[in-house]
Write a protein that binds this ligand. Structure first.
Ligand code: NAI
Length: 791
């Protein structure tokens, strides 16, 4: 069937641009500044300029941050209802002007009007409505939390307005003010949104919009007045931002790239799976961070599936994005076209087969790329590993579910995945095994304001949407009460042999604490030990001087203990109770050891309290182990979205120096309670409370490799943990500000999650500061599994 052209009118959008003289300044403090250094935004479908925009300088960013800072207290003080009314007004106005926004977005970005009109705009309005609701409920649902303050937000060009909504709605709901930067390719809808803010009654300074390229982004990232950064974009820039913010105390959420698998089992509804794939990889020309860009199809149906897919590709219509019957629009910029072309041609040169519909006509002007299917690529080929960010699908086959999972996880990314099977039992078995923040079962590219979205691994951290998204814009008030620690006294590494143990004990036999790796005591690889002295200078014993090699062994042991993650929560709780029981049986001895090491004020009395509190903390985390349930969201779809709180994997933990037993237990117990495995570096100054635990662990049914302990230099071992590629998160809580900054900087390599205490300590006895849901958020990551149903 031939379609006639069905163009959407661009009259109103062009009139809006004309009304502004096609030249825009910055939106700061509800005022439009004069335009400064300019750059052009063009229509990618024909290459023609649309308007000139201002490249915001560092001074402009400074003005924007100052305006946001001034406005923040009053915005927070407006209260939940006050903010809810304004967010509600924004949602209403977005709906009223939806068509203008949709056309302007299509002109600026090149995506089809079908998508901007039917997907982007409805989701934008829904986001503001949903977060108006969160503002209303904030005090009740998030007691003891405060807004972070001034938030810097930087977004890419693929969903300009939707990313704006994902960023601004939760920030405002939680009482923050924002400095927002749209991408340089697509700034226009953000500027139209600025006008909506004024109409909706957003007070001056609450929303500030600065346009510009990466230089403006950098000025936001580096600005000292920013309390939190929320970034969506490339993994490369995400890394730069992690490095630039290391040690600054800025809160950070990163939503980065992906290479998401699209798994089709042989019992899938093949026609539906082909349609889903069209949505998954050709939606927005494949310029989608969660695009299903790797097709994994079961061998037995591969031929049939690819045949149907190619037939469907032949019917995709590429052309004017404003034409309502087009499936594929223009790429955002010729630069993207060149990049995609380069990757596809490299695959061709390597012998891959490239399929592109022969009838697909590419318009003469503008920036276009036809739908493309690549077969015959090896799993390590660039096209199978790199985020292409274009309409290019790479197909591979698998034989068994186990192989599908292995291939799906064979990527540094972990943003999303699709699983197609009519066997719900198989689909729900596979979904939790895929390391990705979102899994769609028998559907693709579904989003909703109530369901968290965000990645595992190098796809970043933090979630957008729903309750977990709001936590990104809040701080527990208990954080403000954290005590200052005295500067860390450097513990000199004293490898020289010491006088033997005090002779007063006739039964004294030299006992050197080794390391604890894979459930066994292990000599340090370097065969060095260091002497530990008590508060009164007396020699207490030697400990092993752990090294890089020991950490490697410990990480390997932790990975082998993956069965712990699959164990039932009930089982994990039992082990924690058992550890508590065995610790209690030796309570006196542990108290004496604490007192001897720290000379803790209050002497044996306070050491006893520390042991008591450690036993209680073990009970506390045993209690939580089987209670940190996820949620079942009901987005506007016939189905449910199950939000699971999953373990992160292997966590490297540098424990506090003070409270050597309680500090250690307070960090290790929650991590293992929810199924993580840990490599812990105990208090450098007082490590013997941790090494005394080896026998407690051995007698408590804790499987080998779940807790590994490497003693030695906190600085050196932290560095190794932070750079180790197979560790998923690294924490440092020993009060070393430089050490924490270094961990954050080094974590950028593989984008590990971090939790660092900076120079401040924590009252380890306080549940508010050392336990609770904030800790639960550090030990888990949320996976949203979308399960539509119906026949
Ligand atoms: P990008 O990451 O460079 O740009 C995203 C945003 O960050 C833009 O607003 C940009 O101005 C800003 N930015 C750039 N450098 C910055 C810096 N040093 N500090 C702070 N902000 C900075 O992405 P780009 O260049 O537009 O696209 C390149 C590739 O990145 C794409 O081909 C794609 O593979 C990937 N990408 C992934 C996205 C995702 O959602 N996962 C979105 C956009 C791009």
């Amino acid at each position: 069937m031939e379609y006639g052209p069905a163009p959407e009118s661009q009259k109103e959008a062009q009139a809006w641009l004309d009304q502004h003289g096609r030249k825009f300044g910055l939106f700061i403090d509800n005022q439009w500044s004069d335009s400064g250094e300019l750059f052009a935004s063009t229509n990618p479908a024909d290459g023609k300029p649309l308007a000139d925009l201002t490249q915001a300088s560092a001074d402009d960013v400074d003005r924007a941050v100052a305006a946001a800072r001034r406005a923040q207290p009053a915005w927070a003080a407006l209260g939940g209802h006050g903010r809810a009314k304004i967010l509600y007004a924004i949602a209403r106005l977005m709906q009223k002007h939806a068509r203008l926004f949709a056309v302007l977005e299509t002109l600026d970005n090149g995506k089809t009007i079908r998508e901007t009109r039917d997907a982007d705009l409805p989701l934008v309005a829904r986001h503001f409505y949903h977060h108006a609701g969160w503002a209303q409920l904030l005090d009740e649902e998030f007691p003891n939390h405060r807004p972070v303050g001034v938030v810097g937000q930087i977004v890419p060009w693929n969903f300009p307005l939707l990313m704006l909504a994902w960023k601004i709605a939760p920030a405002l709901a939680a009482g923050n003010t924002v400095v927002f930067k749209p991408a340089e390719f697509t700034p226009l809808t953000a500027l139209l949104f600025a006008e909506i803010c004024v109409q909706a009654g957003v007070p001056a300074g609450v929303v500030n919009i600065v346009t510009g390229d990466g230089r403006t982004g950098e000025a936001i990232v580096k600005h000292e007045g920013i309390d939190k950064l929320a970034f969506t974009g490339s993994t490369e820039v995400g890394r730069l931002i992690r490095e630039a913010t290391a040690g600054t105390g800025k809160k950070l959420s990163l939503e980065l790239g992906g290479k998401s698998p699209y798994i089709v089992f042989d019992d899938a509804d093949i026609d539906a799976a082909v349609e889903g794939l069209v949505d998954s990889i050709w939606f927005n020309q494949g310029q989608v961070c969660c695009a299903g860009s790797r097709l994994l199809v079961q061998e037995s149906v591969e031929e049939r599936f690819l045949k149907k897919l190619k037939a469907r590709m032949d019917n995709l219509r590429l052309g004017s994005p404003l034409d309502k019957s087009m499936d594929i629009g223009a790429l955002v910029d010729p630069i993207q076209r060149q990049r995609i072309h380069g990757l596809v041609e490299a695959a061709r040169a390597e012998g891959c087969e490239i399929y592109q519909p022969s009838a697909c006509e590419i318009p003469a002007d503008g920036s276009w790329f036809p739908p493309t299917l690549i077969t015959g690529a090896s799993t390590s080929a660039a096209v199978a590993q790199a985020e292409i960010f274009g309409p290019v699908l790479v197909a591979m086959s698998f034989r068994t579910p186990a192989e599908a999972v292995q291939l799906a996880n064979n990527t540094v990314y972990g943003l999303a995945a699709c699983v197609w099977s009519e066997n719900i039992s198989l689909a729900l078995d596979v979904a939790p095994q895929i390391k990705a923040g979102v899994v769609w079962i028998n559907t693709a590219n579904q989003f909703d304001a109530a369901c968290g979205f965000g990645g595992y691994k190098e796809s970043g951290y933090g979630r957008e949407g729903g309750r977990e998204g709001l936590y990104e814009y809040l701080v527990p008030v208990s954080e403000d009460a954290r005590p200052a620690l005295p500067p860390v006294a450097k513990v000199s590494s004293n490898a020289s042999p010491k006088a033997a143990a005090p002779a007063s004990d006739p039964f004294a036999i030299d006992r050197t604490a080794k390391l604890y790796i894979g459930g066994k005591q292990a000599r340090p690889d370097g065969a060095y030990s260091r002497a530990i002295h008590g508060a009164d200078g007396a020699f207490l014993g030697d400990i092993g001087e752990g090294s890089r090699k020991d950490i490697r062994n410990a990480v390997e042991a932790a990975h082998k203990a993956a069965g712990w993650t699959k164990a039932t929560a009930h089982n994990r709780a039992q082990v924690l109770y058992y550890i508590a029981e065995n610790l209690a049986a030796r309570g006196r001895e542990f108290a004496d050891r604490i007192a001897a090491q720290t000379g803790s004020q209050g002497g044996a009395d306070s050491a006893e309290k520390e042991v008591q509190a450690s036993i209680e903390r073990l009970f506390y985390w045993a209690a939580w182990a089987d209670k940190y349930d996820g949620a079942a969201h009901q987005p506007p779809m016939h189905g449910i979205t199950v939000a699971l709180n999953e373990a992160i994997g292997v966590i490297g933990i540098v424990c506090p120096n003070e409270n050597p037993l309680l500090g250690f237990i307070s960090l290790v117990a929650p991590a293992i309670a929810v199924g993580n495995r840990v490599v812990a570096v105990p208090s450098e100054a007082h490590p013997l409370s941790a090494t005394d635990l080896y026998q407690v662990f051995d007698t408590s049914d804790l499987p080998g490799g779940v807790v590994n302990i490497v003693t030695g230099s906190a600085d050196e071992l932290a560095r190794t943990l932070a750079t180790h590629a197979d560790i998923d998160a690294v924490w440092r809580h020993d009060g070393s500000a430089e050490g924490c900054a270094e961990v954050e900087r080094l974590s950028a390599g593989s984008l590990k999650r971090t939790w660092t205490g900076g120079a401040k300590g924590r009252d380890w006895f306080s549940v508010q500061q050392a336990a609770g849901r904030t800790v639960l958020q550090h030990v888990t990551q949320v996976k949203n599994i979308w399960i539509p149903y119906g026949v």
